[in-house]
Structures are given as structure tokens and as C-alpha cells.
Write a protein that binds this ligand. Sequence first.
Ligand code: AHR
Length: 515
Amino acid sequence: MRSKAFFLSVFLVCCGCITKAQTIINVDASDNAASPKISKYIYSHFAEHLGRGIYDGFYVGDTSKIPNTNGVRNDVIAALREMKIPALRWPGGCFADTYHWKDGIGPKSKRPSIVNSWWGGVTEDNSFGTNEFLNMCELLGADPYISGNVGSGTVQELADWVAYVTSDSNNPMSDLRKANGRDKPWKVNFWGVGNEAWGCGGNMTPDYYANEFKKYSTFMPALDNTGKIYRVASGANSDDYNWTETLMKNIPNNLIEGIALHHYAIIDWNAKSSATNYTEQQYFNSMKSALEMEELVTKHSAIMDKYDPKKKVGLVVDEWGGWYDVEPGTNPGFLFQQNSMRDAMIAGTTLNIFNNHCDRVRMANLAQCINVLQSVILTKGAQMILTPTYYVMEMYNVHQGATLLPVSFVSEDYNLGTHKLPAISASASRDKDGVVHISVVNIDPDHAHKISLNLNGKKFNTVKGRILASAKVQDYNSFDDPVKIAPKDYKGAVLNDSSITIDMPSASVIVLALN
Ligand code: AHR
């Protein structure tokens, strides 16, 4: 016979109300912590010519009834500016290695249509090209990151693109830009040299690609660009450490500024799960895959340290995020998926990992910004909704450009059957005004967790907080219920000079500001 207490505890567990034992997080908030800055570019995004990412998502054209500026949706511009989007990667992805940039410049009526062979075989009319992208970045206040075509392009084609965009001297590409209505060059530092060269970018071996990279890279800083060009080599697929080793060993430091890494939180490529209607086991497996980012970043960084101990070359995680089944009834080639609190958990934990590794991780790009994979924005006609992932990005933007404060702790477990994951993730920083921000995530969907933050003797007078949480981890914002999930003020932090306690509800994100 079960006791009343047993049934009460089952009820409380089901509500996610039972608080587990406490995790103690040590934050080195002392003024003398010598730490690197968290690059704002860790909070960057990715927009590919894929499904409704560009067309319908960012760009509706200047004849659309949807309010726009030069064809770019005004609601999207406002939302991404508010989120503080620092950089945007374009035009792919796999699409980048099929894209010939000269198809997308000049009068639109003269631009050729092509077939988007990677994504649904749809017609790409090239109405959104280089000028539209770079002008849009100026509207967003974001730095452009252009992925060049190595797979089916030429060295000359990419060198010409760099010149078209960045050159102010007399040369045919600069003249072409001026003829297309843009007198002064844009500011474009970030250039990708191909994408996934091990796969859709040409199925190359790392040795072969290293040679290709050197050839392209040599001719990219042509003419008179700013000299600040940041060339990113196509990087490893998840744990392909040999890829990073081969590139670091063979490419001289003066030809490379960044090396990429791609890792998606995926359960199984053949059984990815619905984006919203998933079991706890599927949730657990998604989080397990997302948390592998810690090991990936650590091990790729250790290889880079061998060849570049001064950490000149950045690790650029230019594709990351959760990847699920497409929404029922949508084009499988469009990768359109909803975005639930699971995605907020993936975003919160992954961004904490990147912050904590900011000595090497200089940029990261969530895949992808609008209507594709783990988006921050979803659109439907004139409607736009912000996803739980958007709110994590917006809550965490206080870390952009701030000084990292090291954290150390042993997390309580999130248990499922006999399996476990660390329930708690955290990172901390001090901004230019001296405000300390701490972002904490509790991925446990069944239990609240008590956290004690020990601030290493540094005393604070006030603490404010914001929280993102919902009744169920499967909850999401929909076009019928657009603000079901949004950040709220968190008043549960108890400050006692140099320590703070918080009670984190199940599956929640909290960002604290200490003065
Ligand atoms: O983000 C979707 C696709 O995933 C990208 O085009 C490719 O680089 C990766 O495999």
C-alpha cells in the first residue's frame, strides 16, 4: 500500500515542483580575474537560400503589402535589432557551393533563374543577391559573413567577389558595383572559404581541401580591402578531429583567421522526432547531443593550441542548433520546424559553453535565423512570432563583448531511468559598466533545482533577474498563441553580500544582473 506522501511526491515530480539538492556555482567575480572578452560574434546567425529563410522570412520584395524597407520586412528588422544580432552568414550552407554571385547583381529583370538543387529543387530567381544582402545587414546593424563558393566556383570568382564588395580603387569589380548603384564599398571582414568541404561542398579529403584553401586564401585579400579580412576555413563535422588537425598542420597562420566547426543537436538522422510532440526520452537524447558541444569545443581547441598556442586562429562554430522533423504538410526540403522550450534549453546551454570557451570560440552562427531549423523568428504571411530561442538570445545579449568571469561547479544530475546528464549549466561576465551577469539553465524537465552562487568574496548591493520558463518543455509559441512563452521578471533571487540563492523551475533559463 502506497502512502499519501508517496502520491504527493509523484504529483510534485509530475508538476516539476520538487526541488533537488543544491548545486553550488563558484563565480570568480573578483575584479582581478584576468579573462578574455566574450566576442559579440558568438551570438551570430545564419541565413541560407533554403525554404522560406530568405524569401518570406527576411525578404518580401519592395512591392509587398507587408511593411518593408527596400523589400526587407520591418517587423524582422525591429526584432533582430532588439535582439542585437551581431553578424549574419549568407548565402549558405550547401547552397553556397552552388552559388555564382554574379547571377545575383544588376537589374533584377536580367538576373537568371536557377534551380536550388540542394533545397527542394525550387526556382531561385536571384532577386535577393549581394547588394540586397549587404544593404540588409546595414539595416540590421549586423556584420555580413559571406560564404564563398569553392565546390563549383573558381579562385578568380571569389577574388572578384571580395573586390566587388570591398574595393574602393579603380578596377573592373569596383566599377561594376558603382554601376549597380553602390558607390562606396561595404564593410565585409568575414569570408568563408567554402562550406562543409567534406560533404556537400565537394566531398574533399582534408589534405586536398587544405591545398584548395591555401590557393583561395592567397588571392582573397586582393586590391585594397581593409586588410582586416577574416578568412574562415570550412571546418570539421562534429568529432572529425583529423579534419582540424590536418588543416592546422598544413595551413600557415598568415593565410587563415578562423576554422569552422558544425554540430547539430540531433537524436538520429533517421528518426529526428517531432519539433513539439516529443517524449522525455527524445528530449533527453536531444540534450545529450547538444551538450556534446562542450567536448567538441574542448578537443578541437586543444588541437588548435598545438599549432597556434597564441590563439590567433578563431574557432568559428558557424552551424549549430536542434534539427527535427519538418512540420507536417510542409516541403521536406524546406527544413521548417517549430521551436519549443527544448530549443531554449539547447540555446542556453550551448551559449554558456561558447562563453566559457571564448578564448578560442570567436564566432558562432545559429542555424538558421528565420523559418529554417532552430529559428529565432517564424513568419506566416504578415504575421511574425518570436520563438523561445529568440528570447534566450535576447536575454543573453548582455554577455556580448563583456569580460568572461570563470565559473566552476559540479552540477546535480538530471536523471532519466539509469541515464543522467548535468542538470545545470552556467556562464558569467562583467560588462563595460561593471555589471555582472550570470546566465543559468536548468535542463531538468521534472525537477526544480536550488542554486547557490558563490561570488568569491565580491560584494553586491542589488540583484535583478529575468526568467524564461513554461509549464511543459514541449510548449511553444504559435501563430494562435504568439506570446505563450516570453521572459518575465524573476524576483526569487536572494542576495547575501557575496552569495546568491535561486530556485530554478524545471526547464528554465535565468539571467541575473548584479550591481
Ligand atoms: O543548415 C542546413 C544545412 O546543414 C547547411 O546547408 C549545411 O551546411 C549543413 O549540412
